[in-house]
Write a protein that binds this ligand. Structure first.
Ligand SMILES: *Cc1c(COP(=O)(O)O)cnc(C)c1O
Length: 380
């Protein structure tokens, strides 16, 4: 019999999700509004603290799109974005007809390099194009260099959209990720730290921004008995069914973060004895990562194999692993309509990095299977 597939990150239900979904059925709140939507928003606000307001939406991508609209991004504007990220961080820039300015990573957190960021801003300003917004990402749950990035943003008076899609449960200097930007974004897609099957949220300290996001996400209906619209609207609100799953997931969020961190420790332990392989780790005690995905870098000259050889060895054993996000400035879709500032840090990370199975629901047996592939490769 073939072993069942081990995923990088798969949905992990806590047990109470279905109660909330059943309640929605019993009360006939089968709609993109209702008690679960309000309850899930409240749960997230209580969890994130910092006096934030949360608006539950249909996806993280929708949250980024509405975030850019609310921060004033229009056709012809320039928007700065971390190059090494999932394409959903950058696609909404294109929805707005704006131009992405991609920025290289730094080596400690793999996120946006504050030095390259400042270079880019200075250069764009010198060309008469001051960027409208900076999209910074906490990749794999690892907080970006919050102080450094926000200092640069403040210095040049540029708004920050914080893509915290991968970082619910992470914090920096004891403040939760998602609460640093002018607007923060969360995702509850199936592979994220918690899931609503599909969903996202906008996070903000400004109640008017939340109200505006909800207004735009529900077709921008003006206050009138008939359907009256003075702005272009979207159908981006979260379903009350999905929000029910989210409420159950919030009950196990911290437990699942602890399990992801345990999985990360497993890899740190293992690779501490393997020359040429390093695990992405928190640079100091200021950083706390949910370790949504554990990721390694392989120095082929020392380790004697490439990340691709390891990936294929996993694949042969029905275990999923994946190269790091391919930087956006190298993606065909952005080739002719974007700019790039930086060196080759993100490119080198992409060439040598691999994400490993990291789910909070991996069993001891599955960890054994992962271990036996690693041993076959590294301890032969
Ligand atoms: C998943 C993800 C998104 C998009 O979220 P969806 O809910 O899938 O639309 C955006 N940015 C990053 C970094 C992500 O990982």
């Amino acid at each position: 019999m073939k072993n069942s597939k081990i995923w990088l990150s798969s949905p992990h239900m806590g047990g109470t999700e279905q109660n909330y979904v059943n309640e929605a059925f019993e009360s006939n709140w089968v709609a993109p509004l209702g008690p679960n939507v309000n309850g899930f928003e409240k749960d997230l606000e209580d969890y994130l603290k910092s006096d934030v307001k949360v608006g539950a939406l249909s996806s993280g991508t929708a949250a980024i799109h509405l975030g850019l609209i609310i921060l004033g991004v229009k056709a012809g504007d320039e928007v700065i974005c971390q190059s090494m990220t999932f394409s959903a961080s950058a696609n909404p820039i294109m929805y707005q007809g704006a131009t992405p300015i991609f920025i290289d990573s730094e080596k400690e957190t793999w996120n946006m390099c504050p030095v390259a960021l400042e270079e880019a801003i200075k250069d764009r300003i010198s060309k008469g194009k001051k960027p409208k917004v900076i999209i910074a990402v906490h990749l794999y749950g690892m907080p970006y260099k919050v102080d450094e990035i926000h200092t640069v943003a403040k210095k040049y008076d540029i708004l920050v959209l914080e893509d915290s899609a991968e970082a619910l449960g992470s914090h920096y200097k004891n403040q939760k990720c998602g609460t640093f930007g002018d607007i923060g974004v969360l995702s509850f897609n199936g592979n994220k730290i918690i899931t609503t099957s599909g969903g996202g949220a906008i996070v903000t300290k400004n109640a008017e921004i939340k109200d505006k996001a909800v207004f735009l996400s529900t077709q921008a209906r003006d206050n009138a008995p008939h359907y009256q619209h003075s702005e272009v609207g979207y159908n981006y609100r979260m379903s009350n069914i999905c929000a029910g799953i989210g409420r159950g997931q919030m009950e196990v969020l911290d437990a699942h973060v602890a399990l992801r961190r345990k999985m990360h420790d497993f890899y740190v332990d293992y690779f501490s004895e393997i020359a040429g392989v390093t695990v992405l780790r928190e640079p100091s005690a200021d950083y706390f990562s949910n370790h949504w995905l554990s990721a390694i870098l392989i120095d082929q000259t020392v380790a004697g194999l490439s990340r691709e050889e390891l990936r294929i060895a996993f694949e042969k054993n029905n275990i999923e692993s994946r190269p790091l996000w391919k930087p956006m400035h190298l993606q065909p879709v952005f080739e002719n309509n974007s700019l790039y500032y930086g060196k080759k840090v993100s490119e080198t990370l992409f060439d040598n990095g691999l994400c490993l199975p990291s789910g909070s629901n991996l069993s001891d047996g599955e960890r054994e299977r992962i271990l036996s592939v690693l041993n076959a490769i590294f301890k032969k």
